[in-house]
Design a protein around this ligand. Sequence first.
Ligand code: 2NL
Length: 343
Amino acid sequence: MKDLLQQIEAYRQEMNSYKAPTAEALEAFRIKYLGTKGIVKAVMGQIKNVPNDHKKEFGQILNAFKIFAEERYEALKGMSAPEEQQAVSALDWSLPGDPIPVGTRHPLSIVRNQIVSIFKRLGFAVAEGPEMEDDWHNFTALNLPENHPARDMQDTFYINKNPDYLLRTHTSSVQARVMEKQKPPIRIVCPGRVYRNETISARAHCFFHQVEGLYVDDNVSFADLKQTLYFFVQEMFGKEVKIRFRPSYFPFTEPSAEMDISCSVCGGKGCSLCKHTGWVEILGCGMVHPRMLENFHLDPNKYTGFAFGMGIERICQLKYRINDLRLYSQNDIRFLRQFTEAL
Ligand code: 2NL
């Protein structure tokens, strides 16, 4: 027992003279005296060897030793703080930070944003819808007859047959959903990904991106369609660019047309891009078919509308000379890093 008291006194002195100039030394103190296998624990364990009539007295001594060790630790901690503060203030806060690399926007996103913002300035709202569609919104409501080739199992990705669920083949299905819910005036653009069952090559892919537009109101005319698209072309490709319309066919429009712009590479003189015609096709359009208006309980004698659809890849090809559709989805950063515009 006397030994134990002497031992405690020796530890007290040792602790009193202990210096902790670094965080490591402070931690070493904590582990040595206060750790789970430390001296304080070991000394406290000695109580079991003390005769019963001295247990109370010794208990108090051991407790005081424990408190002494803890207080000594706190004191050492307090003493090491000023040195750490010194170390912190020795840092040069004026040094430049580590650069955070910023990515580039995908070319299809840049061009989609440009297209959408031009139409927004003309009062078009943006509408979006599901990529998985039912037969009604993708085909039937749009006046595509039962036997239309676009409905073929070969051309469309069916998720389920009877009832038919499929990956949308155009964003017209979004316009159908808006017409279902909203009364004219309807003035929307629908950007989004669409799917066709094609063998992948430089010129064809199983998915691509579209922006379609729809304007339904009373007194909407083909002249409105022409002027709207002319404004779009001038904003997108420049004031000097000309447009022309050629008659065409789409099941959901009558009359229908394809629109060309004068070749932005050769200015109309003739080059490989325009196959020496001076013109390149950029979109399809027309006046909304009366049967489509009826499908949505709109009186074709009261309302008329125009619609158009363009492939974003096509516009991108004209703006950036990207001639292989596979580049858009290969995630090759040598390709993607070339588009540093932040739009
Ligand atoms: C093309 C041609 C077109 C439409 C899309 C449309 C939508 C509704 C009603 C009528 Cl809801 N038409 N869309 C009309 C004409 C052409 O797309 O070549 N797209 C890439």
